[in-house]
Design a protein around this ligand. Structure first.
Ligand SMILES: [Zn+2]
Ligand SMILES: [Zn+2]
Length: 396
């Protein structure tokens, strides 16, 4: 049975989350969201820097006594999706929705700050905690935008923590993943240029559709015949555009796809095969090809020591049966940039309750969370971070 924790400021958390839920904003446009964060920090009497990485906000919470520095990250952006839930706090922004739970993530970070204030951590504790409210997780690499400012290059961050809603688990349960947790992404854009003409006279034409279909089929052999079966990779060609009528051989065909991999070596090998196979169409079909390979997020790798620490704390706080050790996913997460720089780990916060209708996946227009997840996550992450600082101090 999962454990529920109710904080004395539960209603405050719910109010913030619902206010944010009504004002979802896309990558780097999180102005109202940033304003709400600033307003809340002002009410708590907490200083912050704003417009970091465009719309991000960073809080430096220092205890009086010196000690190690750690960090917590929350993402702020929403998705281009029309909310299908009929709730009083439904999105007021047409066509936009917090369907990935980032409204909850921001609320949890603000909640931890309030929790630390209530605990009088700054007078009783030691060290420093940075809170990154980052923009643009959903494809805009907001984490990198924050790091690229260079403002945090000299912060000796011992560990960075983050959490993400996990609608596959009930409130009170968490998911932890050792090592690789999310995939690296590459966007592949291919243009195949042939020679258009009459559908009845293929011998006078060069058909880019036939060449393209061969390419899509050849790509299926990359994961099945080129890569080690024990390595994970996915190549999906999600778009294939060509032609205007049934009796016209078109001039061009366009293929767009996504490559997901779990290691730099596999990523490199797969990209090289994609390049070679695309080029080989020129000899085989007399087409010309252009290929654009756009590198997306790197692999997200959790630090085993930080995961161990969270597991140990969660065992005390939530009970050993509440911890699920998960497997890596082929999804992507730009927390990866922080984890490349500092040892870090992300926790999956169980937030479902099918009995109450909270049973839909992330990115679904029906996604919603059991708001008790806010209390559990604030308490868990607050205690976990304090303990990390104290243990790091003690082991010096
Ligand atoms: Zn998402
Ligand atoms: Zn997300």
């Amino acid at each position: 049975m999962p454990k529920f924790i109710e904080l004395p400021f539960h209603d405050w958390l719910v109010d913030i989350r619902r206010a944010l839920h009504q004002i979802p904003e896309l990558c780097y446009q999180e102005k109202k969201t940033a304003a709400k964060i600033c307003e809340t920090l002002d009410s708590l009497g907490v200083d912050y820097q704003k417009n970091i990485g465009k719309t991000g906000i960073v809080v430096r919470l220092k205890a009086n006594e010196k000690g190690p520095t750690i960090a917590y990250r929350a993402d702020m952006d929403a998705l281009p999706l029309t909310e299908a839930n009929n709730v009083p706090y439904k999105s007021k922004h047409d066509g936009l929705m917090h369907a990935c739970g980032h409204d909850g993530h921001v609320t949890i970070a603000l909640g931890i700050i309030r929790w630390l204030k209530d605990q009088e951590w700054q007078t009783k504790g030691c060290g420093e905690i940075l809170f990154f409210f980052q923009p643009a997780e959903e494809g805009g690499a907001g984490a990198r935008a924050i790091l690229d400012t260079g403002f945090f290059d000299r912060d000796p961050i011992k560990a960075i923590f983050a959490g993400h809603m996990n609608p596959e688990l009930p409130v009170g349960d968490i998911e932890l993943i050792y090592g690789t947790a999310h995939a690296a992404t590459n966007t592949i854009r291919i243009k195949i240029k042939g020679k258009g003409g009459h559908g009845a006279e293929p011998h006078h034409c060069i058909d880019p559709i036939v060449a393209g279909t061969h390419l899509v089929n050849q790509f299926q052999t990359i994961t099945s015949r080129t890569l080690d079966p024990l390595d994970s990779a996915v190549l999906t060609i999600g778009e294939f555009h060509a032609g205007t009528a049934e009796n016209i051989i078109p001039e061009e065909a366009y293929l767009n796809g996504t490559l997901r991999t779990h290691s730099p070596e596999v990523r490199k090998k797969a990209v090289s095969r994609i390049e070679n196979m695309t080029k080989s169409l020129e000899a085989a079909f007399a087409v010309t090809t252009t290929l654009e390979n756009i590198e997306g997020y790197p692999t997200h790798v959790n630090d085993a020591g930080v995961v161990d620490h969270i597991k140990c704390c969660a065992t005390d706080i939530l009970g050993p049966n509440s911890i699920k050790i998960g497997r890596p996913s082929m999804g992507a997460e730009d927390f990866s940039y922080f984890c490349q720089k500092w040892p870090g780990a992300m926790v999956g916060f169980g937030c479902h309750d099918p009995a109450k209708g909270f049973e839909f996946a992330l990115h679904s227009p029906f996604f919603d969370m059991d708001e008790r997840v806010l209390d559990v996550s604030v308490d868990l992450m607050g205690r976990t971070m304090i303990k990390f600082i104290n243990q790091t101090t003690a082991s010096k």
